[in-house]
Design a protein around this ligand. Structure first.
Ligand code: NCD
Length: 488
């Protein structure tokens, strides 16, 4: 059993765990820790020290290589007047002896006040959070998400471009395997930027990320016009906050005038975000990989574009750009310290009058019903790299899914609670009545207290082999409304 979290424990696993207002708060605090010196090419971004956290300890638990994320978290904790303990190499920790993450986290939570974790499995950070009574921050889990990198990315865009709303941001490279990209595109969509995907061959955004952009963040996918291939266009939403909408920002270089015109016809790209080929996460051959260099940026549409990269770079970002004033990737890395100082101090409730300890809403969507798979029967997460498939964790983790309504339809999909991969097609069975159906409305309309009667199966044959009979119209409005029509 997972332990009880401390009162007000708040975890940051996905960028969508933070509301837009909370992200603004993080940036306000980060700005207060930042001293910048004039010369952009010298050591120029200093996180001002404070003495807010003298008795606090950060645990950094890294099961994968890291330079920036781990060291900037540790530096942030030291600059807050706290200290850190670290497990930077799984080969020298109990993981090498076969210890589960669930056990390590329960132990380490007694040694520290806040924990940052990086792991090769998608969803590992969410599992860690379930077992941690102290705040867990996701420092990158498989190819799922990397929310604090996104905070650094947005903070950089805010400082460079003054706003995010209506920006046109190109994302280039391995869009499939890059966790930084997944957190980043959700944030861009939520803040009203348009996204121009420029994937390497076979490395498009995963289908569940693409679908969330369209269905939950209401992006319109518009085919290109010759100057770009395609665009996720974020709709105008009057309630989007003023963040990044500074008065000094000018859209006049874009066709259509300030704020006007169809974004697809605005020729200028405001930022290019490139990532390396995530060779450790893919079997995809590296073909047609974009290279961002002086030649690439010569195109007039990039004349004002900031160039961002979460780093490390390999060969997709040419070193000759380092002295180009569009390059902002070293600033982006430097901002990691003040941004993480802000996040840690807010999660620990150390800032006067403001805190992230109380959950203020995260991503603005209704709470979904959670379907928990009973033991060995039924559906499993479709993502082979999900933490639920890690043999070491199997005694501690169950397949669990959010029941997510399909937009405009009376059907639902199952979204893994850990890695957020969706399953669209599945069967629903009633344990009590012994039927099963392909009508997923049965799950969608079930009441919380009735959900334990339902079982989800990936295949019809699985349901039949467990003694269920097919009924096409069964429970279209929940198990209570069972029809008598049976399958031939
Ligand atoms: C990224 C990561 O680990 O996902 N690095 C980082 O944290 N800045 C990007 C990468 O490894 O390519």
């Amino acid at each position: 059993m997972a332990p009880k979290p401390l009162p007000d424990t708040r975890h940051v696993i996905s960028i969508n765990d933070l509301s837009k207002a909370e992200i603004e708060t993080v940036f306000d605090v980060a700005q207060s820790y930042l001293t910048e010196y004039g010369d952009p090419n010298s050591h120029h971004r200093i996180a001002r020290s404070s003495n807010l956290a003298p008795n606090f300890i950060l645990a950094s638990l890294f099961y994968e290589p890291s330079t920036r994320t781990r060291l900037s978290f540790e530096s942030a904790m030291l600059r807050l007047g706290g200290t850190f303990i670290t497990s930077a190499d799984p080969a020298t920790s109990s993981a090498a002896k076969g210890e589960s993450l669930a056990d390590s986290v329960r132990v380490i939570a007694n040694y520290a006040d806040v924990m940052v974790i990086r792991h090769p499995r998608d969803g590992a950070a969410r599992l860690a959070a379930e077992f941690s009574p102290i705040p867990v921050i996701n420092g990158g889990d498989g190819s799922h998400e990397h929310p604090t990198q996104t905070l650094c990315d947005l903070f950089t865009l805010k400082k460079k471009n003054k706003r995010l709303k209506n920006l046109k941001v190109a994302i280039a490279g391995d869009l499939k395997g890059s966790r930084t990209i997944h957190s980043f595109v959700y944030a861009l969509a939520r803040f009203g930027a348009d996204i121009v995907p420029m994937p390497a061959q076979g490395m498009e955004l995963p289908p569940h990320v693409d679908r969330r952009l369209r269905e939950e963040f209401h992006c319109n996918f518009v085919p290109g016009d010759g100057s770009i291939d395609a665009l996720y266009r974020t709709p105008e939403e009057p309630h989007q906050p003023a963040l990044f909408a500074g008065p000094d920002f000018e859209l006049s270089f874009n066709v259509g005038g300030p704020g006007g015109g169809d974004p697809i016809h605005r020729k200028k790209i405001d930022a290019v975000y490139v990532t390396r080929y995530q060779k450790e996460r893919t079997v995809e051959k590296r073909e047609g990989y974009p290279k961002i260099d002086a030649q690439f940026l010569k195109e007039p549409k990039y004349s004002h574009a900031s160039v961002l990269h979460p780093l490390p770079r390999v060969d997709e970002l040419d070193a000759s750009l380092d002295s180009d004033n569009r390059a902002v990737y070293f600033e982006q890395a430097a901002y990691g310290v003040p941004v993480r100082m802000a996040l840690i101090s807010l999660l620990l409730g150390l800032q006067k009058g403001i805190s992230l300890r109380k959950f203020e809403g995260g991503f603005e969507k209704p709470e979904s019903l959670v379907y928990q798979q009973p033991l060995s029967v039924g559906i499993r997460c479709a993502n082979a790299n999900c933490i639920v498939h890690e043999p070491k964790e199997s005694p501690y983790v169950r397949n669990k899914f959010h029941v997510v309504k399909n937009s405009g339809q009376d059907t639902c999909k199952l979204r893994c609670v850990y890695c957020e991969t969706d399953i669209d097609r599945f069967f629903v069975a009633s344990k009590k009545n012994k039927w099963f159906t392909d009508n997923t409305a049965a799950l969608l309309h079930t009441k919380d207290q009735n959900i334990k009667d339902l079982l989800a199966f990936a295949e019809e044959a699985d349901a039949i082999s467990h003694g269920f009979h097919f009924r096409r119209h069964a429970a279209a409005r929940g198990p209570q409304h069972e029809s008598t029509k049976s399958h031939s």
